[in-house]
Write a protein that binds this ligand. Structure first.
Ligand SMILES: Nc1ncnc2c1ncn2[C@@H]1O[C@H](COP(=O)(O)OP(=O)(O)OP(=O)(O)O)[C@@H](O)[C@H]1O
Length: 262
């Protein structure tokens, strides 16, 4: 579905991505981990069309994302969720308005009743009831804001969600709840994720396959179980050594592993 080959990106002559290649199949959950400044968000922005690469190929269902028609289609198919949910929402808009804007943009032919039905089912799918529709972002917790952001990006029925550190602003217990929600959404909608995090424990709780990036280079790619139990690259081993293991995530990781084995 998404194929990236030899992606290069430099800022002011400094290379931040060097020959990055990977692919994501329909329904796959791929993690991207690396320390701060390693190039994770730059990859996310290139995939989402917010940034142009200097060289390399980005293919969406076999066609270049440089083609205007393909980019227009991918505008609906590829959606991005950012780290800071509160800043991602318009503070002057209620949850209803945020969801309606997104629905209007992508479902132009639905009638008013259809919009209301879609809006309510989107909210329910992220674990919020319709009482939240008339609340403003400042009346929501950070976790609830992130749930609204998720509902909003699901409105266009995307094929790929690029989740860039989307759990980093949340407490560990809320992160675990959000991982369960992401697993449920993936199961119900078959949407693929490129899940970006500096936290290997969070990635372990959700992803099937993991890419490890260091200084703009993918240094290791493996299934999540393999990566945690038999890391090959010294950088992966150092990331694992630096990561406290929260039981909440390891329980989820064991579930992921069972899924992988099946
Ligand atoms: N617009 C920009 N102009 C100049 N340099 C940039 C720009 N965006 C990113 N960089 C640099 O590119 C490198 C990679 O940044 P990027 O944000 O992709 O890293 P990251 O792995 O996502 O980091 P973090 O986990 O802190 O978000 C960093 O050295 C950063 O300073």
């Amino acid at each position: 579905m998404l194929v990236i080959e030899g992606l290069q990106k430099s800022y002011q002559g400094k290379k931040v991505l060097d020959s990055v290649s990977f692919s994501i199949s329909p329904g796959e959950i791929v993690g991207l981990i690396g320390m701060s400044g390693s190039g994770k968000s730059t990859i996310a922005r290139c995939v989402a069309g917010l940034e142009n690469a200097n060289a390399g190929k980005l293919l969406w269902n076999g066609r270049s994302l440089k083609e205007r028609a393909v980019r227009r289609m991918s505008h609906q198919d590829i959606q991005m969720v950012f780290q800071d949910p509160r800043n991602s929402l318009n503070p002057a808009w209620t949850v209803r308005r945020s969801l309606l804007e997104s629905l209007h943009q992508f479902h132009k032919s639905i009638n008013k009743q259809g919009f209301i039905g879609k809006m309510e089912s989107l909210l329910l799918s992220v674990g919020l009831n319709t009482d939240y529709l008339d609340r403003y972002p400042h009346e929501l917790s950070t976790g609830q804001c992130q749930r609204v952001c998720l509902a909003r990006v699901l409105a266009p029925e995307p094929k790929l969600l690029v989740l860039d550190e989307c759990l980093s602003a949340l407490d560990v217990s809320i992160q675990a709840q959000m991982i369960s929600l992401l697993q449920e959404l993936h199961h119900n909608r078959q949407v693929s994720y490129l899940f970006i995090s500096h936290d290997i424990a969070v990635v372990a709780g959700l992803c099937q396959r993991v890419l490890v990036i260091q200084h703009g280079v993918i240094v290791e790619e493996a299934g999540v179980y393999e990566l945690i139990h038999h890391p090959k690259h010294p950088y992966t081993r150092s990331l694992l050594a630096d990561t406290p293991v929260f039981p909440e995530f390891m329980e989820l990781a064991d579930v992921s592993n069972e899924r992988n084995v099946i």
